[in-house]
Write a protein that binds this ligand. Structure first.
Ligand code: AMP
Ligand code: GLY
Length: 423
């Protein structure tokens, strides 16, 4: 079989490595992939949002199945176009990808179908937004409506901070068109849990839960990033919480999307906060999370390609999806200065890896046979072990055995989860 994967980060590397385990897979094309992914797939220099070229390539190569991983091409209708050209593809169509692409849409959906989430108001007028913040006070959360690479959210401790965020989004165009509509919402408190799920619009199968570490610095300090590390499972996702999420959030979301004429097929990611009043949705993503995927897929015991095709063909209900009960940890090695300002082009030497260890390459290119850093997040160093404690230690051993002069990582990935296990 010929498989095509759209995207070129650590998440895509993890997906490609999992797909490769299926013996029926002859070749995987990564569009565009990266210098590290090139060890596991044929990288083709077509950008992830160049929908026309992606479809033309898939048709020319007679690709049997495509996986569209990033949010942008999904929001642009990449799956719709591939299907139109006769190429079955994993991922939601454009009309369902809107669940991530527009926060105003997802917030209205949750309100209409009584899915627990933070109370909110949507604004297209800056004056009204500023006045609203004066009225309700802080702490309060300001979000750009559209896709902003996970950086369009300000959790404001003061009214002044909230107003500054609104001005930056609505007057200074910090996030371009994404910020012309803002969502202002109630500040929620509680531990966060990421749950990725497979769904074909009928059945929803949650994957093992995970915990992201979004801030750049130790002890959750510094600016927000795309994610500096993950652990799975997340100890706050107890069986009771899981049961409530299924009843109050997962199934109602799938049903709501069907009722709106936007059936969701693909990976639906629930960003949850476990508040005193129960689990609430912080955000939906229409795709696998990054770096959540790097800890979730190594724990998947079933064959990923089989599960994905069952999703596309709406047969998920009759397909086994099994996860190991081990734990995984991913420590991200990023370029010094990320996410603000950083340099690329530093040489990386990867160590030999033992069993249950992986390095997923997020940002690197090859030049003259050398692997050079290219981008903010560069590597995801992953270990799977019987316990979370062992997985965390082993992931740091992997990270510390990489040669990458300009790299840095947080030193406390997994600490919060381990503390929670002690309580
Ligand atoms: P998002 O991109 O919507 O996931 O938001 C990024 C981060 O901001 C989340 O992971 C939370 O840590 C935080 N956040 C978002 N919404 C809220 C909220 N209503 N209350 C408190 N924190 C929030
Ligand atoms: N790690 C968060 C995300 O993928 O959106």
């Amino acid at each position: 079989m010929k498989i095509l994967v759209v995207g070129g980060g650590g998440r895509e590397h993890a997906i490609i490595k999992a797909l490769k385990k299926n013996p029926a897979v002859d070749v995987i094309y990564a569009l565009p992939g990266n210098g590290g992914i090139a060890a596991d797939a044929q990288c083709v220099p077509i950008g992830a949002t160049d929908i026309e070229k992606i479809v033309a390539f898939a048709v020319e190569k007679k690709v049997d199945y495509a996986v569209v991983a990033p949010d942008d091409p999904l929001a642009l209708g990449c799956v719709d176009e591939l299907e139109r050209a006769g190429v079955p593809a994993f991922g939601p169509r454009k009309n369902a990808a809107v669940i991530e692409a527009s926060k105003a849409f997802s917030k209205r959906l949750m309100k209409k179908y009584n899915i627990p989430t933070a109370k909110f108001e949507t604004f297209t007028s800056m004056d009204k937004a500023l006045r609203y913040v004066d009225q309700v006070g802080a702490p309060i959360v300001v979000k750009a409506d559209g896709l902003a690479l996970g950086k369009g959210v300000t959790v404001a401790k003061t009214v002044a901070e909230a107003k500054e965020a609104i001005r930056q989004m609505m007057a200074e165009g910090k996030f371009g068109a994404s910020g012309s509509t803002v969502v202002i919402e109630e500040y929620l408190e509680g531990p966060e849990v990421s749950v990725l799920s497979f769904t074909d619009g009928h059945t929803v199968v949650p994957m093992v839960s995970s915990m992201d570490h979004k801030r750049a610095g130790d002890n959750d300090t510094g600016p927000n990033t795309g994610g500096m590390g993950t652990v799975a499972p997340n100890p706050y996702y107890t069986p009771e919480v899981a049961e409530r999420c299924m009843r109050e959030i997962f199934l109602p979301t799938i049903q709501a999307m069907n009722a709106e004429g936007r059936p969701f097929r693909g990976c639906l990611y629930f960003g949850l906060m476990i508040t005193r009043d129960g689990p609430k949705v912080i955000e939906y993503n229409c795709r696998f999370g990054d770096p959540e995927t790097q800890v979730v897929l190594p724990l998947l015991e079933s064959d990923l390609l089989t599960v994905m095709r069952a999703v596309t063909e709406e047969r998920l209900g009759e397909t086994e999806v099994r996860f190991s009960d081990k734990s995984a940890c991913c420590v991200v090695l990023a370029s010094k200065g990320y996410p603000v300002k950083y340099q690329s082009g530093y040489e990386i030497v990867l160590p030999a890896l033992g069993e249950n260890r992986e390095i997923y390459v997020a940002g690197a290119e090859t030049k003259d046979g050398k692997l050079l850093s290219h981008g903010g997040r560069v590597l995801g160093c992953v270990a799977v072990e019987d316990t979370l404690q062992k997985a965390v230690e082993a992931a740091y051993q992997v990270a510390d055995s990489v040669t990458f002069e300009n790299g840095f990582c947080r030193r406390d990935i997994g600490k919060r989860a381990l503390d929670a296990l002690k309580d």
